[in-house]
Design a protein around this ligand. Sequence first.
Ligand code: AMP
Length: 578
Amino acid sequence: MLEKKVENFNMNRVIDEFEEMTRNADQVQKQTLKEILHKNKSAIYLQNFGINGNTTDPEAFKALVPLVTDLDLEPYIKRMVDGDTSPILTALPVPAISLSSGTSQGRPKFIPFTDELMENTLQLFRTAFAFRNRDFPIDDNGRALQFIFSSKQYISTGGVPVGTATTNVYRNPNFKAGMKSIQSLCCSPDEVIFSPDVHQALYCHLLSGILFRDQVQYVFASFAHGLVHAFRTFEHVWEEIVTDIEDGVLSSRVTVPSVRNAMAKLLTAPNPELAKTIRTKCVSLSNWYGLIPALFPNAKYVYGIMTGSMEPYVKKLRHYAGELPLVSHDYGSSEGWIAANVTPRLSPEEATFAVIPNLGYFEFLPVSETGETEERPPVGLTEVEIGEEYEVVITNYAGLYRYRLGDVVKIVGFYNNTPQLKFICRRNLILSINIDKNTERDLQMSVESAAKRLAEEKIEVIDFSSHVDATSEPGHYVIYWEISGKTEDDVLQDCCNCLDEGFIDAGYMSSRKTKTIGALELRVVQKGTFRKVQEHFLGLGSSAGQFKMPRCVKPSNVKVLQILCDNVVSRFFSTAFE
Ligand code: AMP
């Protein structure tokens, strides 16, 4: 990776640049496309479509290059993962690969990660910070309590490092300097961020935050559920943390040597005074309301993604945050950043994001009211209409050309000439608790793989459905199966584990490992149950010929859930991640 000198942060300059860029959004888009195509003119992918560096006009580009999905790009990206360094999607070989949440038809989704993506990430962080800091200024020598965790990168058979996008960002040599320049230095030592054990890391993040409590200016996790999980954990471990501070000795629960050594440098001596303050605060709170400002008296806000699938966590987060503002983190994906929150005072429910026009070339595919992509062609960044919903299409520096991201957004206004959007949903998503993203196809593939175990007993899955059970903490997936015969419990237990392991989306697997998603539950229902479900729908006017079994039952569909629950004959909980 290229190590660059990270420029000093100047809030007014960053805001002025953003103003200028968004006033000229159309021109900036054309220029960005031109640069992307010029830089990557030797890419085999582009050359295959007749793009050779002379194409700079958006219309010509769109006429030559088709709209694609992750599945179309999979063979190209696989070549890179396998170590082919020829210019496949980008002129230069990609230095790393990101594991995106979601899957490509049951296989992990790989996305190129390049120096330009890192640069874009820092640009977005600077822009969002400038606007946040204008509304909620923080102290120069402050710190941020950031619940960030870098999972391990592994090296592919072709020698390319592979990790989640956040891991690739945190491991980048420019990350720390970039954070420092926007006054967001973490409280925790690097060893905590890179700890192989996330539970120990979380404990140390909480402890480090308290040791720097007066300096903490804001509290951050990428996703709201991460923030809620952190403070729920605090409710259980606070006394242990207080004891560590009182004695100046780290709890024996932290066993990773590098983490222990690093924490020992923070926890140098007993601090009974601090321990007493924290204990007094904790016991005086009513049901932990206002915990965050009680622990961090100088914090100005709480920051993280609170929109889309994170909305259910906002209520609990508000409870912990008390009077502190909740600021919604920006909009992007492993494929690239898209838009920044430049109106940080808006509540999570109202949050919108302004597209940054030089991060890529953006197109918007109209989506009809029924959620289907329409026949209408995609429109450009400045041609979108307020009130309309679109699927985002990205062309960027990291080798994605007219790539359908799969997210649906709604245009709610314009910031100068760039659209401000609201995140609506991920297309085709049926099972999602926090950062996990599973489609109907993913469920089907998981069921197919588990059904193989059943087939060994000469039994078939007659029909299946699912739902997310969020009534207990943490939430978990429930899969309903109607099967053709009777079998031993241990066979069904195997099937249950197989179902759990069958969801190979990176977001699901990491949440299962960290136990922020509970064990998958298999509920076997009596014979004839799915027929009852079908009869229910026919009774509501569905046509028998067109009836399609709902593969996921929403909590609002009380009647169907009741039919399924009333007919459960046995239940199994996965032990796959124990
Ligand atoms: P990943 O590829 O694993 O980084 O996940 C990116 C996905 O998370 C996006 O495609 C969106 O579906 C979702 N996402 C990212 N930012 C936001 C946001 N601010 N609000 C809601 N959902 C988001």
